[in-house]
Design a protein around this ligand. Structure first.
Ligand code: ADP
Ligand code: MG
Length: 240
């Protein structure tokens, strides 16, 4: 589904991504781990062109989205993104948040967007919050709404950037449960996370990034049991 070839990203003199080659298959859950500042968010943001790669190609469903010749907004609609800090629209209630993009970008009627929105809210156990404003929700609820908002566009892939890092510990589980559910339904997912339990249990493949490079890439059983690169060993000794 996604093919990244020789991806480089510079911010001025700062060389943040140093030639990444990554493949993501349909239905796969790829978890990206690594120290802070290693380029994980930049990598994820390049996948949907929130950041423009300095060099390299990204093929999404066979289309080179970095070529500049296709409609990036159209491509981006197929990639749902969930951020650490939820980024809900504060002036809209939950249903307004969920239906905005389907109505504006996909031309859905308000009724059908809300019907679909309600269906998704039920799946994450938040149908009673449809007319609540974000400021009145807990962090865990906000993040589940952010996931629903992304799902409302029927994306082919979901990108998660540390979706539980801003949550109080007791709310992490409810968000991971929703992600587990998506994975079990076959959603293709790329997840940046420090939740090693989740990575081990749900990830099909783990990428270890450090200083803008992927230093190791393996199924979780192998990566956690037999880390090879010294920097991965060092990282795991700090987070496990
Ligand atoms: P991670 O998500 O692994 O913590 P990031 O991708 O956020 O790492 O950042 C990698 C490096 O790129 C850091 O040194 C960060 O300061 C830098 N960086 C990220 N975004 C920008 C930006 N928009 N402008 C300049 N530097 C940036
Ligand atoms: Mg980050």
């Amino acid at each position: 589904m996604i093919n990244v070839e020789g991806l480089h990203k510079n911010f001025g003199d700062l060389h943040v991504l140093k030639g990444l080659d990554v493949e993501v298959q349909t239905g796969e859950v790829v978890v990206v781990i690594g120290p802070s500042g290693s380029g994980k968010s930049t990598f994820l943001r390049c996948l949907n062109l929130l950041e423009m790669p300095t060099q390299g190609r990204i093929l999404f469903e066979g289309v080179d989205i970095t070529s500049g010749t296709n409609d990036i907004n159209q491509q981006r609609q197929k990639m749902g993104m969930v951020f650490q800090n939820f980024n809900l629209f504060p002036h809209l209630d939950v249903m307004g948040n969920i239906t905005l993009a389907p109505i504006r970008l996909k031309g859905l009627s308000k009724e059908s967007a809300e019907e679909k929105g309600m269906e998704l809210l039920k799946r994450v156990g938040l149908e009673d919050k449809a007319h609540e404003y974000p400021s009145r929700l807990s962090g865990g609820q906000k993040q589940r709404i952010a996931i629903v908002r992304a799902l409302a566009m029927n994306p082919d892939v979901m990108l998660f950037d540390e979706p539980t890092s801003a949550l109080d510990p007791e709310m992490v589980g409810e968000v991971l449960d929703v992600m587990r559910l998506l994975a079990s339904e076959g959603m293709t997912m790329v997840v940046v996370s420090h939740e090693m339990g989740f990575a081990r249990e749900v990830g099909n493949r783990i990428l270890f990034m450090d200083e803008g490079e992927i230093l190791e890439e393996n199924p979780p059983a192998q990566l956690f049991a037999q880390p090879e690169h010294p920097r991965l060993k060092d990282f795991l000794s700090k987070v496990l």
